[in-house]
Design a protein around this ligand. Structure first.
Ligand SMILES: NC(=O)c1ccc[n+]([C@@H]2O[C@H](COP(=O)([O-])OP(=O)(O)OC[C@H]3O[C@@H](n4cnc5c(N)ncnc54)[C@H](O)[C@@H]3O)[C@@H](O)[C@H]2O)c1
Length: 245
């Protein structure tokens, strides 16, 4: 498969390694200094593009791919407020896209565990629930896309909570949280590939589930598997399609 990497940073480099190990060819490595390649005619030789840049550039990059008829795997997070617009653009161009706030198999199992625990806790009295996510200091968005997906999964099965609020460590807020609010605490330190924790705490005990990534290999492998899945397809896909969850 001929792949274009859009964003050749920490994730782009990790994905390159996995893609080569799996026998694929990297046709283009696109970053800020050679962005014009994205619009070039030869870009059409690409079977799938894999986009890991930033919340600010993801949507424009995805639209260029879809307009060129190149299916795109989107790893960038922090742009999901524009998801309806991007889905519409994809449909209008009869394109193919695959997006995930987290491409790791372990995290996607963790999403399911979180939903199941929320279901079990829904009728338990005396517990208060909160989330913590820890990432490296260069991460632009807070809370992480993964934490937001976890929050949405919890809301599905835990009717007492209906919205989340972001709390950033070392920046205390005076805001009083209503009963319906799920606090998500974001902590930034180095090195930290990504930790997510959901905690139910009562006066006498606490129940905690945690996912901790040791490195970026899990995300990168998932992104390459997503690209293999997307090749030759039209439509909009997520990890639930790939993993048949
Ligand atoms: N979905 C997942 O599983 C997952 C996992 C890890 C990271 N992420 C997300 O992926 C994104 C990238 O993460 P990273 O750790 O590789 O960051 P990074 O900062 O190491 O790399 C991003 C690269 O994108 C480049 N870039 C920025 N704007 C660009 C543009 N307009 N066109 C082309 N290249 C551009 C930067 O120069 C940089 O080299 C972030 O949004 C991060 O939150 C998602």
């Amino acid at each position: 498969m001929n792949i274009a990497l859009i964003g050749y940073g920490k994730m782009g480099r990790e994905i390159e390694q996995i893609a080569l190990e799996r026998g694929h060819t990297i046709l283009f490595k696109i970053d800020v200094d050679n962005k014009d390649v994205l619009t070039a005619e030869e870009f059409k030789q690409v079977d799938v593009a894999i986009e890991f840049t930033s919340p600010h550039s993801a949507v424009d990059n995805v639209k260029v791919c879809l307009a060129a008829g190149v299916p795109v795997v989107i790893g960038s997070t922090g742009w999901y407020n524009q998801l309806p617009e991007v889905k519409k653009y994809c449909e209008e161009h009869t394109g193919g896209m695959f997006y995930a706030s987290n491409f790791s198999l372990g995290v996607n199992l963790f999403f399911e565990l979180n939903k199941k625990l929320a279901q079990l806790m829904a009728n338990a009295e005396g517990y208060e629930v909160g989330m913590l996510e820890v990432h490296h200091t260069q991460k632009v968005d807070a809370p992480s896309g993964t934490a937001i997906t976890l929050a949405e999964g919890l809301f599905e099965n835990y009717p007492r909570k209906t919205k989340w609020v972001s709390q950033v460590a070392d920046q205390p807020t005076e805001e009083l949280l209503g009963e319906e609010v799920l606090p998500i605490l974001s902590l930034r330190k180095d090195p930290a590939p990504g930790t997510h924790m959901v905690e139910y705490r009562s006066a006498s005990d606490r129940i905690v589930i945690t996912h901790e990534a040791f490195n970026r290999r899990g995300f990168a492998t998932g992104a390459v598997l997503a690209a293999e899945y997307l090749q030759g397809k039209k439509g909009i896909y997520t990890m639930a399609d790939l993993l048949k969850l």
